[in-house]
Design a binder for this molecule. Structure first.
Ligand SMILES: Nc1nc2c(c(=O)[nH]1)N[C@H]1C(S)=C(S)[C@@H](COP(=O)(O)O)O[C@H]1N2
Ligand SMILES: [Mo]
Length: 414
């Protein structure tokens, strides 16, 4: 937890330095962003993810293939997708974003009205909190320049009341969700469908929209966007057309797609994707007793991964990425050897560091023929180290979310 607090502070510092002005000028072309290693032969990793099993095929798609990582920005058509319900069809002509609840001026916004607000762009690496937590899921990450209207401005115009403390973001997508498999619910008066279950009790099933919340303070952070464009193209349907929340510094799940309603409330929101799914459960030892910790997935965590090994003229280079917090250093370890410093690629927009992945390279030279293991680990600007796989924060998890331990890949040389 300590590490996460530090990372968030460092990020906020990074975004404060960027300020509110000038961000609109950011273009995707930006300063030159050549890939660290052009040309040469890519050596594929021996350990490949297993095929996506059928139940997950409707949820995740278009996963990043690390060996083909070719540039700082992930084109929209190559960007991974996660959807928990079906993609809703929204007509941009009639689309409205409602801002309501504990606000002085509830209103709805058309796309044209939102686009009249001073727009901004921010480069942010979006990673699913489940990425690298499951054997088929190591490519749930991508990086883009996102453009939209500042969320804070829209909230300020609405005028949260004194009682307001929480902001809930509602997606237009929804599905049938069984809230309880429960023999305890036996009476009427419930708005969902209540059906007998096998045990003779009653299940409660409702149609639930995708939704996530933040505190009002978190929502007001200057980097949050009501976003309609990624990498200079309109959001494709699968990425949230026509409007999504972009919450730099958070895990992917916070970035609500197909956003159609923002509700300001005076109490914490406990929907499916905060209180049931996307909950990290850890088992900890306290004075010889096993205790459980439950926490909702929120802010991103410091992480890095080797992307590929490139061979050119007999020389080998490991190229990788680091993200989840403003990155200060990356180290690489081959087999059981000493951890060695990798070279960080220069930052495209140094004033906005913290939200986009940093590429790094490690000159491996001419390793001996055979199979080798390559691992990386990152340090953030506050000196915090990405946790080892046996760090209790990683090892004690009983759910697969927030798997940010060191990632090992294997490659055959020669
Ligand atoms: N409305 C809605 N928003 C959503 C989701 C969803 O299922 N419905 N999935 C979330 C999750 S878990 C992730 S990881 C990101 C993925 O964003 P992408 O599909 O654009 O990569 O979207 C988030 N926003
Ligand atoms: Mo996710």
């Amino acid at each position: 937890m300590q590490q996460r607090e530090i990372s968030r502070r460092a990020m906020l510092k990074g975004s404060a330095a960027a300020g509110l002005g000038g961000l609109g000028a950011l273009t995707v072309a930006g300063p030159a962003a050549a890939f660290p290693v052009d040309g040469g032969a890519v050596l594929p990793w021996l350990d490949q993810p297993v095929p996506v099993p059928p139940p997950a095929q409707s949820v995740v798609g278009n996963l990043l293939e690390w060996e083909s990582l070719g540039g700082q920005l992930t084109p929209a058509e190559n960007f991974f997708t996660v959807k928990h319900y079906e993609i809703p069809t929204l007509d941009p002509a009639t689309y409205r974003l409602r801002v309501e609840g504990l606000v002085d001026e509830p209103r709805s916004w058309s796309l044209a009205q939102l686009k009249e607000l001073h727009d901004r762009a921010i480069e942010y690496t979006l990673e699913c909190a489940g990425n690298t937590g499951l054997p088929f899921f190591i490519g749930g990450i991508g990086n883009a320049v996102w453009r939209g209207a500042p969320l804070g401005k829209v909230l300020r115009l609405a005028g949260p009341t004194d009682a307001a403390s929480e902001v809930v973001f509602w997606g237009a997508d929804s599905g049938q969700v069984t809230i309880r498999d429960d023999s305890g619910i036996t009476s009427g008066g419930l708005t969902g469908t209540v059906e007998p279950d096998a045990g003779g009790g009653l299940d409660l099933t409702i149609t639930e929209h995708f939704a996530r919340s933040m505190t009002l303070d978190e929502a007001m952070a200057s980097e949050n966007l009501l976003c309609w464009e990624m990498n200079d193209v309109p959001l494709p349907p699968e990425h949230g057309f026509p409007l999504r929340l972009i919450a730099p510094g958070w895990y992917g799940v916070a970035n609500v797609k197909w956003l159609y309603r923002i509700e300001v409330t005076d109490r914490p929101f406990r929907g499916r994707f905060m209180a049931r799914d996307y909950v990290t459960i850890r088992e900890q030892q306290r004075d010889g007793e096993s205790v459980w910790a439950f926490s909702s997935v929120t802010l991103a965590r410091l992480k890095s991964a080797p992307a590929k090994v490139v061979r050119s003229g007999g020389e080998h280079t490991v190229v990788g990425a680091a993200w989840g917090a403003p990155v200060a250093r990356v180290e690489v370890q081959v087999d059981d050897g000493k951890w060695q410093e990798a070279q960080l690629e220069p930052q495209r927009w140094p004033e906005r560091r913290g939200f986009a992945w940093r590429f790094w390279t490690y000159n491996w030279g001419r390793p001996s023929a055979g199979v080798h293991q390559v691992r990386s680990r990152a340090y953030d600007v506050e000196g915090a180290l990405q946790p080892a796989p046996d760090d209790p924060a990683v090892a004690n998890r009983r759910t697969y979310w927030e798997a940010n331990g060191w990632i090992a890949r294997r490659v055959r040389i020669g």
